[in-house]
Design a protein around this ligand. Structure first.
Ligand SMILES: C[S@@+](CC[C@H](N)C(=O)[O-])C[C@H]1O[C@@H](n2cnc3c(N)ncnc32)[C@H](O)[C@@H]1O
Length: 236
């Protein structure tokens, strides 16, 4: 089971099953902090009115797009995710709120067809935990490959805080309360239990940043709300 949880088909199935309740649960999971963390992690990217190319990796339902639009008003936004159900919702959001201006690609990032040296900015929110170290290495290589020289990137993920008390309460909440809420909202007890299992194994972004640095990218560690989320941002 341990290894299978990183099998892309397993991960895709999980997100397909969670899609109907994902937005609501995302908010509840972090007590609404996910919205704040999303804004903060995008703030690592400098604002510009230039026509930059942005790639939102593991876009889900396009939760980052609003913040990107505000910060980079003339950006061309592309987005990638492999879950059919998440992409379905992302396409609806694109039509309804973004005049279908966002290019949505339904692909596995580990086997993608994205162009090399193309994007000025690559962002990714809450997608690191479902990758094992070998897959993180591919993610890092692919991020480096698709970025233009000088391009910027920022990643964020829910993490285990270092403080014992916070770890206890946040762990109890994510591992016990959230699956119950997940069951109430969508009738699938396993999907949300899995999310905590991923976070338990992921711990924080320290290993991921080292993997990214090992590909030659420059990165700084970012910690959010006493380590309840962590990430890294930098440039190629
Ligand atoms: C936790 S959600 C994050 C969604 C969104 N970025 C957000 O901020 O809420 C993770 C997303 O990554 C996608 N994903 C996971 N592994 C992937 C892969 N190998 N290739 C493409 N998408 C993947 C899932 O389908 C899911 O929509």
């Amino acid at each position: 089971m341990t290894d299978n949880i990183y099998n892309p088909e397993f991960v895709k199935g999980l997100f397909n099953r969670m899609s109907s309740s994902y937005e609501r649960m995302n908010y509840i999971t972090s007590f609404g902090f996910s919205i704040r963390w999303r804004k903060q992690f995008i703030n690592s990217i400098p604002s510009t009115k230039e026509k930059v190319e942005v790639m939102d990796l593991l876009t889900g339902m396009g939760e980052n797009w609003e913040s990107v639009r505000r910060k980079l008003p003339n950006a061309t936004i592309s987005a990638l995710d492999f879950s059919e159900e998440m992409v379905k919702s992302a396409k609806l959001k694109n039509e309804k709120h973004f005049s279908s201006s966002i290019l949505i690609l339904q692909e596995d990032i580990l086997q993608n067809t994205l162009p090399s040296h193309h994007y000025n900015i690559v962002i990714c929110a809450f997608g690191l935990k479902t990758f094992n170290p070998d897959q993180l290495k591919i993610l890092a290589i692919e991020t480096s490959r698709i970025l233009k020289p000088g391009g910027k990137f920022s990643f964020v993920e829910v993490s285990k805080p270092e403080s014992f008390i916070l770890k206890f309460f946040y762990g109890f909440y994510l591992g016990n309360i959230i699956p119950i809420l997940g069951r109430l909202f969508q009738g699938d007890p396993t999907a949300y239990e899995m999310l905590w299992q991923y976070t338990e194994k992921f711990v924080n972004s320290k290993q991921a940043i080292e993997i990214f640095k090992s590909t030659g990218l420059t990165a700084n560690y970012d910690s959010y709300f006493f380590g309840c989320a962590s990430g890294f941002s930098g440039s190629k």
